[in-house]
Design a binder for this molecule. Structure first.
Ligand code: ATP
Length: 365
């Protein structure tokens, strides 16, 4: 079988390496069943690579990522390894800017059978997507902080946000398209809720105005709005009412973790950073130094991210076999947890990375 797609694989640091190996094993099994061929091109990068070589993300890794059909990413960063200015090693942020990956897609879906933290019966219906704008907002300040008056710079620091029309338009257009395809695929609500703080910040009011402009061109989808503070309240009280939720970069960063908490933790939260020409697929979690190297990292988020990659490739290249493989992987994950076959450490069980991976592979159809 000839190679269909070139996938750059960036395992990175800590549990990133462990969960990537798990996802590759599942992809190998899925492609054998569904008749396509991915070529995996493993590349270095991350905090430990920086420690060893003085370079966080080699130019060759960036070039390979640019040329790849898709990028599968583990996690990069390590608390004790930092740049001289004290900031963490985060090549994933550079990749987002470099490849213009403006939409951070973070599905929050309750896998049937998981012991969800919310007691409400409807918690099992949780199925929404945070779309985090990933190229501007408050993260625009990264590397651009303006020091206050004193020479030592410790009087004040100004971290300025940036909100642009282009950034808003493409974020909202992406969100309306996503709501439409979710509605077609799984009878989702067909609703986009713009999350902002437009009652306080002019940038956010501008963002909200652009949202309503784009909503007027997508009238088949319900356009809804919620302030970020009320949204946090609602994520605990009635998260099942949301569908697609676009928001500013920093808000998306924070609420992604809150969302993951609703579905039993970071080990269940996949993500994709998508642009018009490139996309990176990775779990929402980081390198988790506290559990790294112990074989207990939950690979589910990364396995589901790999399924998102197959969906993205299927749509871009009109290859339904890859979409079928994505459904098969999602179904296998659901099967594994629904029947209590696996109970990873993060929900109080004893199954490690290998056991969860094996269960998913065995349940593939
Ligand atoms: P970052 O700062 O990049 O968000 P982090 O390493 O500080 O990363 P995370 O990795 O996101 O934090 O996760 C926080 C905690 O959640 C970890 O310390 C770990 O205990 C747990 N955790 C994260 N991912 C997993 C996983 N895949 N399986 C099990 N537990 C996980």
């Amino acid at each position: 079988m000839s190679q269909d797609f070139n996938i750059v694989v960036l395992p990175g640091d800590g549990i990133g390496i462990e969960v990537i190996d798990a996802a590759l094993a599942v992809l190998d099994a899925a492609q054998a069943r569904h008749g396509f061929k991915l070529e995996f091109d493993r590349r270095p990068g991350g905090a430990h690579h920086y420690k060893d070589t003085g370079e966080a993300f080699p130019a060759a890794s960036m070039q390979a990522s640019r040329n790849a059909d898709a990028i599968l990413f583990g996690a990069m960063g390590w608390p004790d390894i930092r740049y001289p200015d004290g900031t963490e090693i985060a090549p994933q942020l550079d990749l987002r800017v470099e490849l213009d990956l403006y939409a951070g897609v973070r599905p929050i879906r309750a896998i049937p059978g998981l012991p969800l933290p919310l007691a409400a019966a409807r918690a099992k219906d949780i199925d929404f997507v945070i779309v985090r704008e990933s190229t501007e907002g408050w993260f625009h300040a990264r590397g651009r902080s303006v020091m206050g008056k004193s020479a030592s710079g410790d009087e004040a620091v100004h971290d300025m946000a940036e909100i642009t029309r282009k950034g808003c338009e493409r974020l909202f257009d992406f969100s309306f398209r996503l709501a439409r395809s979710r509605k077609a695929r799984n009878a989702a609500k067909g609703k986009v809720t713009c999350i902002d703080k437009s009652n306080v910040f002019l940038g956010m009011a501008f963002m909200n105005r652009v949202f309503h402009e784009r909503a007027a061109q997508n009238t088949d989808i319900v356009a809804d709005h919620c302030y970020i503070d009320a949204y946090c309240l609602n994520l605990i009280r009635k998260p099942w009412e949301y569908d697609v939720c676009p928001m500013e970069n920093q808000f998306g960063d924070i609420t992604s973790d809150l969302g993951a908490g609703l579905i039993c933790g970071m080990g269940y939260a996949p993500s994709a950073d998508v642009g018009d020409n490139h996309a990176v697929f990775q779990p929402s979690h980081g390198s988790a130094p506290d559990i790294a190297g112990r074989g207990i990292a939950n690979p589910t988020a990364t396995i589901l991210s790999a399924a998102m990659m197959l969906d993205w490739l299927a749509e871009r290249h009109a290859r339904p076999a890859l979409a079928a493989a994505a459904r098969s992987i999602e179904g296998a994950v659901d099967q594994s947890f629904a029947h209590g076959k696996v109970r990873p450490a993060d929900i109080g069980g004893t199954d490690g990375t290998a056991a969860v991976t094996r269960a998913v592979i065995d349940a593939l159809v």
